[in-house]
Design a protein around this ligand. Structure first.
Ligand code: HSE
Length: 399
């Protein structure tokens, strides 16, 4: 019998308990052992909840119980969650988590601590919710040199961009609609400013390089400046606008970024709509592969956590260390100014000639609602920023 403790009985934590209990016979059959939630740690009481009797308020009850093999940390944040994770690993209890903030900040340290104590630290649910991506990166894609990762890693912003594109509605109205539907938080900053996607691509870029790509070093641009007219231009160009988190390895020069992009409608990411996420990975031998699914939500995310529980239970039985190459060595990212790209750029039509002159080779697309849109040839970001300096323009990267 594998005994599990769940830290935090919120949306994901309660989902983890539900998945383990509802799919118990199936999970047990696959494991050839049974699995049981023994404790749920939370500060709150849950009167009337069917798992009320499992709730404890003192984490030491869990840490001091030698029968607990696996701890699921679904508390979030990098405070108590960090302390509890370290305490569990030091006791030889394997930990799995959905907590991207903790993984991004302390991933290599916690992996190493787990190894020192003969257990494992897994984090499948920290990126892409229910989409399997961390385990494939560590196993199925292990023979590959990963050339690039491009992902739609945030459901809230993908929902908003999809609605803006379909309905022609502006940013503020779409945000209000997303908040009413529960897809966006009351304080939407982490999602709409791109920080959530930034933490997730930092984790994936670290696994891509085997070293540490720090979230703080990644250039992050959210969706708050995207307006309805941008979708009119995108439509004219046969393109979709998506918030893309990307990481690239060009002959050892690593770049990473989160920014809106106008994607060709031929690109598989361009048709990923609503709250769905997708991760498009290019390996040097495999070529392109895309992972698609629900990037958030109670049961989808919980399912990914429970997939880790199963993996941890198997590893504990066989006393094995699971593969994950992620060292503390920091990666120095390439200077974004040197990266070559194409840009969509628009300006008030009265100033269009001045912009055309400054850009040199650029294709004039159309005049829409008093704005004139251009698409540049490939140029470095430094050249582009020099060309548009002192001009009141809006730009979106053009892939
Ligand atoms: N706010 C996140 C999203 C939740 O919208 O994707 C999952 O990390």
């Amino acid at each position: 019998m594998i005994k599990v403790a769940v830290l935090g009985y919120g949306t994901v934590g309660s989902g983890v308990v539900e998945v383990i209990q509802d799919n118990n016979s199936l999970i047990s059959a696959g494991l050839d052992d049974s699995i049981e939630v023994r404790y749920i740690l939370d500060l709150r009481e849950f009167p009337g909840d069917k798992n009320e009797s499992l709730v404890v308020h003192d984490v030491n009850v869990i840490m001091d119980d030698p029968e607990i093999d696996v701890v699921c940390e679904t508390m979030g944040g990098a405070g108590a969650a960090y302390e509890f994770t370290k305490a569990a690993l030091k006791k030889g209890k394997s930990v799995c988590t959905s907590n991207k903030e903790l993984v991004e900040k302390y991933g290599p340290e916690l992996i190493e601590l787990a190894r020192e104590n003969g257990c494992n630290y897994l984090f499948e649910a920290s990126v892409g919710g229910g989409i399997p991506i961390i385990r494939p990166m560590n196993t199925s894609l292990a023979p590959e040199h990963i050339d690039s990762i491009k992902g739609i890693l945030n459901g809230t912003t993908n929902y908003m961009l999809t609605k803006m594109s379909e309905s022609g509605v502006g940013y503020d109205d779409v945000l209000k609609d997303a908040q009413e539907l529960g897809y966006a938080e009351r304080n939407p900053e982490a999602d709409v400013e791109g920080h959530d996607a930034g933490r997730k691509i930092a984790i994936l870029a670290s696994l891509m390089t085997g070293k540490t790509v720090r979230y703080e070093d990644i250039y992050i641009e959210g969706i708050t400046k995207i307006e309805a007219v941008d979708f009119a231009f995108a439509d004219r160009l046969g393109r979709s606008i998506k918030l893309i988190a990307s990481a690239e390895d060009k002959d050892g020069s690593i770049s990473a970024m989160v920014a809106p992009r106008m994607l060709s409608k031929d690109h598989p990411l361009s048709v990923v709509s609503d709250v769905f996420n997708a991760i498009y990975v290019t390996g040097n031998m495999l070529g392109d592969v895309m992972f698609y699914g629900k990037g958030a939500g109670k049961l989808a995310t919980a399912s990914a956590v429970v997939s880790d529980v199963i993996e941890l239970a198997r590893a504990a039985k066989d006393k094995v260390t699971l593969p994950c190459v992620w060292s503390k060595e920091p990666v120095k990212l390439a200077d974004r100014s040197d990266v070559r790209a194409r840009f969509f750029v628009r300006i008030a039509t009265g100033d269009a000639d001045r912009l055309k002159y400054a850009l040199g080779k650029a294709q004039r697309i159309a005049d829409i609602d008093g704005q004139t849109g251009f698409v540049t040839d490939e140029m470095t970001e430094r050249e582009f920023l020099n060309a548009i300096k002192d001009m009141d323009v809006r730009t979106i990267r053009f892939d």
